[in-house]
Ligand binder design. Structure first.
Ligand SMILES: Nc1ncnc2c1ncn2[C@@H]1O[C@H](COP(=O)(O)OP(=O)(O)OP(=O)(O)O)[C@@H](O)[C@H]1O
Ligand SMILES: [Mg+2]
Length: 448
């Protein structure tokens, strides 16, 4: 009768006649809820309850008792039963209890997942990668984490500077303290100072209350100064003083405040070059670069590409409730060949898109949508593959001419590659006439 009632509501029911049968079924099937009588021919409901909890502590168990044996029901509840039903069972009430149990179970599962996520957020974020180049920097990161030394993270956009900064904090003795991040490039210069140092009430029009700055908020923790290369010159001196003395004043304040913060800074600009170009204070640069860690671009750590791809495939499949997908060999080859100007972030976005586009269980090259034309947007790399920024010296015209020439040269090289060295075909691809292309080839020394 119970089976019919439950199946009528769309549930799937597995029946067991006694405790051993129930225990066996619990081992082979994943149940949403267990219903058991307390009195069974072999064993009893308490045994079933224990067997269920052995398999899964969160598995809801509802016990059924003969009218009048309320004490047994109470005992079962103490052992972890979710609820009890007095016999004779009212089917409507049974269905209500079962629905409620299923909801509770879903919430419990979600709760576990959320807790895991939270722990992961609190704990060290996972840095994926096995390439020797990356191993080297993670080792440095661990060394720095044990100390209070100021760390400067350098690397191209998307290489994982923020991830490293968070990992550094989580691995440090300050892990229980706050991690406070501020992006120096994203905040207008006139607001940046109050963001960093806070302000007193009445410091300026609109300052109706006292506001603490990031330096204060990071007390006993880590302050992450992101895009430190974009710090306006005017603020550089103030930051320098705060870094040196761990003391500062709120805007409009007179009392110096003392804080205990660990500084981690990040930049995708070449600070040394900025110092040389007088755009950056040399003393601040020295103060920041006590312990520099340069995260290599993804194209220089090829061994990490398949690992990261797998990691992101698993993550995004989980996010959209799809089974983990496979990567077709052709797709893996494309991932390996692509230069990843946007580094890990670009790879992550590429995989996310592919997971959404893929209908089956295998990601093929066409799902990756990698346009090798984007290579033009790659930051200029020197022969060693070290990142370096476009040379901005000289006048506007000088810098622009140099940058355009670089783009032109690369585009031509790419067209030649595509055409297999056929210059007529390359001219077609580029939509320029043959004679002009020959001239350019000569200009750029690409004739051979
Ligand atoms: N080694 C890695 N393992 C796992 N995820 C990574 C790794 N490196 C980067 N990521 C992920 O790639 C994305 C980009 O990383 P992050 O934001 O740290 O880069 P960034 O260097 O700060 O970039 P930008 O200069 O553009 O601010 C993030 O989602 C990050 O979690
Ligand atoms: Mg960043």
């Amino acid at each position: 009768m119970l089976r019919l009632a439950l199946e009528g509501q769309g549930h799937t029911v597995v029946e067991a006649r006694d405790q051993p049968e129930a225990a066996a079924a619990l081992l082979t099937t994943q149940f949403g809820v267990v219903l058991t009588d307390l009195r069974l021919t072999v064993g009893d409901g308490f045994g079933v309850l224990r067997a269920a909890k052995d398999v899964d502590l969160e598995l809801p168990v509802i016990v059924m008792t003969a009218y009048g044996s309320i004490q047994d029901a109470v005992a079962a509840m103490k052992e972890g039963a979710l609820d009890f039903l007095a016999k004779p069972v009212d089917p409507d009430y049974l269905l209500l209890l079962v629905e409620r149990a299923l909801v509770q179970r879903r919430l419990a599962t979600e709760n576990i997942l959320l807790k895991e996520e939270l722990a992961q957020r609190r704990g060290a974020p996972q840095i994926v990668g096995q390439d020797a180049a990356l191993k080297h920097v993670t080792l440095q990161l661990h060394r720095a984490a044990a100390t209070d030394i100021t760390v400067l993270l350098e690397g191209e956009s998307g290489t994982g500077k923020e991830l490293f900064a968070r990992a550094l904090h989580a691995l440090s003795p300050r892990a229980d303290g706050p991690f406070v991040a501020i992006n120096c490039a994203a905040i207008p210069e006139n607001l940046l100072e109050t963001e960093l140092f806070g302000h007193e009430k009445g410091a300026f029009t609109g300052a109706t209350t006292r506001k603490p700055g990031k330096f204060e908020l990071a007390h006993r923790g880590t302050l992450f100064l992101d895009e430190i290369g974009d710090l306006p010159l005017g603020l550089q001196a103030k930051i320098l003083r705060a870094l040196e003395e761990k003391r500062f004043e709120r805007v409009g304040g007179t009392m110096p405040l003392q804080v205990d913060v660990r500084i981690v800074a990040a930049t995708n600009r070449n600070l040394k070059a900025a110092v040389a170009a007088h755009q950056y204070r040399e003393d601040l640069y020295f103060r920041l670069s006590v312990f520099p860690i340069t995260i290599p671009p993804l194209r220089n750590r090829a061994a990490d590409i398949p690992m990261l791809a797998k990691f992101f495939i698993e993550r995004f499949c989980r996010d959209v409730n799809k089974k983990p997908m496979l990567l077709a060999p052709s797709a893996a080859e494309e991932l390996a060949a692509y230069p990843w100007p946007g580094n890990v972030r670009e790879l992550q976005n590429c995989i996310e898109r592919a997971v959404i586009l893929t209908e089956g269980d295998t990601i093929h090259a066409r799902h990756l949508n990698l346009s090798f034309r984007e290579m033009v947007a790659a930051p200029v790399a020197d022969a060693d593959g070290h990142w370096k920024h476009i040379d901005l010296s000289g006048t506007l015209a000088d810098a622009t001419r140099r940058a355009l020439a670089e783009v032109e040269r690369r585009k031509i090289e790419q067209a030649l590659q595509e055409s297999g060295g056929d210059r007529g075909r390359a001219a077609e691809i580029l939509q320029v006439n043959y004679k002009m292309l020959m001239g350019k080839l000569k200009d750029y020394g690409l004739e051979s």
